[in-house]
Design a protein around this ligand. Structure first.
Ligand SMILES: [Ca+2]
Ligand SMILES: [Ca+2]
Length: 174
């Protein structure tokens, strides 16, 4: 009887706890949209350097302030780079980040490079929730992995990259 009473109490307690929980976090339509792990001659940064890059896409109807979001190339540390103040991405817009290991070159530069033979990328919210990730192997030079449609579609290898532009109809997209 005591055990039954205890179990009934636990059951009612868990119901009470569940009813007090806050709403789950709203899913943000912010995604990894295009990744070039082996940039050779495709697109140079503002210093004329052909560094690796990744592109984010904002599928929301409002601008997103990226300060406090995290980007990482390590599954053991999702918080490798906290994006600084000043990075904003327009509604239905894209933003390019340089993975060149040179954060001294500007707020849109990351403290790591990408590995053409294979690596992971992670995008994490300011609250620490993993928003998006992608893992690749064998990236070809000057080709990207791009989502079609922007933000929501699967990644596919793209021979006609669109850095800093929506992926649009390139590479078989609609
Ligand atoms: Ca650079
Ligand atoms: Ca693009």
């Amino acid at each position: 009887m005591k055990i039954q009473f205890a179990m009934a109490s636990i059951a009612s307690l868990s119901i009470a706890v569940a009813s007090c929980e806050p709403d789950p976090p709203k899913e943000v339509k912010l995604h990894l949209n295009e990744i070039m792990p082996s940039n050779q001659f495709a697109h140079a940064d503002e210093h004329g350097e052909y560094d690796d890059w990744l592109e984010l896409y904002n599928g929301e109807s409002e601008e997103i302030d990226l300060e406090g979001y995290y980007v990482s190339d390590s599954s053991s540390d999702y918080f490798k780079r906290r994006l600084p103040a000043g990075l904003k991405i327009a509604a239905d817009g894209v933003l390019l980040l340089w993975a060149d290991g040179s954060i001294d070159q500007g707020i849109n530069h990351l403290p790591f490079k990408l590995n053409a033979t294979g690596e992971d990328l992670y995008l994490t919210s300011p609250d620490g929730d993993l928003i998006d990730s992608y893992q690749w192997t064998n990236a070809f030079g000057d080709q990207s992995f791009a989502r079609f449609p922007d933000g929501s579609g699967d990644f596919a290898l793209c021979a006609y990259p669109t850095p800093d532009q929506k992926n649009g109809a390139a590479c078989g997209g609609q």
